[in-house]
Design a protein around this ligand. Sequence first.
Ligand SMILES: *Cc1c(COP(=O)(O)O)cnc(C)c1O
Length: 240
Amino acid sequence: MTKQKDLAIFGGVPVRGKDNPLPSVFPRRIADSAWTYIKEVIESGFTSSMEARFEKAFAEACGVKYAITVTNCTAAVHAALAALNIGPGDEVVVSPISDYGSVAGVVAQNAVPVFPDVDTRNGCVTAEEIKKVLTPRTRALVAVHWYGLMCDMDPILDLARDKGIIVIEDCCQNPLGEYKGRKAGSMGDMGCFSFDAEKHLSAEHGGAVVTNSEELANNVRKFAVMRARREHSPLWEEAP
Ligand SMILES: *Cc1c(COP(=O)(O)O)cnc(C)c1O
């Protein structure tokens, strides 16, 4: 064990420094096919079905019916809450260890974020801890699958069903993660993803909401995409 006087803060040799920096995700490895895709979008004058094809493929990969691409996961969580008509007076239970994006949408909707404790073994919320912070005003839960680990979803889903609480999975750090054979984002009412430069599945910026509910998918589109002009991308139907 490190003796206290050996710690860098007390004059010891630092573990990390200029010659031994923390591993970096940059530069990202980007496949040659990226150029082909970018060229397609540019040459089409932004009429390519790229986004619709991605939405379809991503929904399939997550084992859900709908995926709606948005700006980032902060927008995804916000759009999910707006799709549920969460507003003033509502409480939303949010994982207490996360990115600010998990909670920004709650505040933007003028609802109140409420933070339960986590399982100390994986940093994820549990049904037991969530139960302690529920009130009659609790409308939804934003459960973060933290650092590539899954929340223990079955007891959480049971509790949510019992109390009539909507479950939003924040899957930013666990795209395609699995829980008992089910994919992250496919178990709750909606799943939210980030394609930020530092995330597993990266497009520099981007995000998505996934759901099995046609109504919620349409609500997300109305709120977040094309300034509410259309509910479905017509390209959805055309996507091969
Ligand atoms: C990164 C992250 C977000 C926010 O995603 P952005 O795409 O940067 O808005 C939200 N929740 C978690 C768990 C994250 O890791």
